[in-house]
Design a protein around this ligand. Structure first.
Ligand SMILES: CC(C)(COP(=O)(O)OP(=O)(O)OC[C@H]1O[C@@H](n2cnc3c(N)ncnc32)[C@H](O)[C@@H]1OP(=O)(O)O)[C@@H](O)C(=O)NCCC(=O)NCCS
Length: 142
């Protein structure tokens, strides 16, 4: 049974493994702990199936990272994590959420669009390897 719960510091090792399988430029392990407040994991028994990390400043939420273990993809785990973080953002006063995705990350862009995120601009050279990012925004309902 998949359970969504808050991110705990003991989760950062498994989150790093999922990041390595998911991102060209994974975060260092200690970076996860900075965002524990707005972070959630999907847990299947003792295994972390995925995680989402967000942060709020003022009335804007930022989706920092979301990733699902490749073995668990396509089963709605990402959606469960997003539903949880949307609640966190709404409860803490966010009116909109921003996210960035690599231009070539078709699954990532489709995933974000499926929640109503819209591309507002392209940020040139956003990633360390020179790749561009889409800046995407989702307005939250009142
Ligand atoms: C993007 C990611 C988090 C999706 O996780 P997931 O658990 O497989 O997603 P879900 O099963 O909850 O899918 C939710 C919706 O996203 C979209 N989606 C998910 N994976 C997709 C894919 N490979 N291609 C196209 N659309 C996709 C679909 O609209 C899907 O809804 P549907 O199943 O009703 O069609 C996962 O593929 C991942 O970790 N990718 C690597 C990291 C990454 O790119 N993160 C996002 C950067 S913004």
């Amino acid at each position: 049974m998949m359970k969504i719960r808050k991110f705990l510091s003991k989760d950062s090792g498994q989150a790093l493994e999922i990041s390595r399988a998911s991102f060209a430029e994974p975060w260092p392990q200690n970076e996860f702990e900075k965002y524990a407040e707005g972070s959630f994991v999907a847990e299947d028994k003792d295994k972390i199936a995925g995680f989402v990390i967000g942060k709020i400043s003022g009335d804007q939420g930022t989706l920092k990272l979301v990733a699902v273990n490749p073995a668990y993809r396509g089963k709605g785990v990402g959606k469960k994590l997003m539903d949880r973080i949307f609640k966190y953002f709404t409860k803490n006063g966010a009116r909109e959420i921003i996210a960035r995705s690599r231009l070539h990350n078709e699954a990532g862009c489709s995933f974000l669009k499926s929640f109503g995120f819209e591309i507002v601009k392209t940020i040139k050279n956003y990633y360390l390897n020179g790749e561009d990012a889409y800046l995407m925004v989702k307005k939250l309902d009142d």
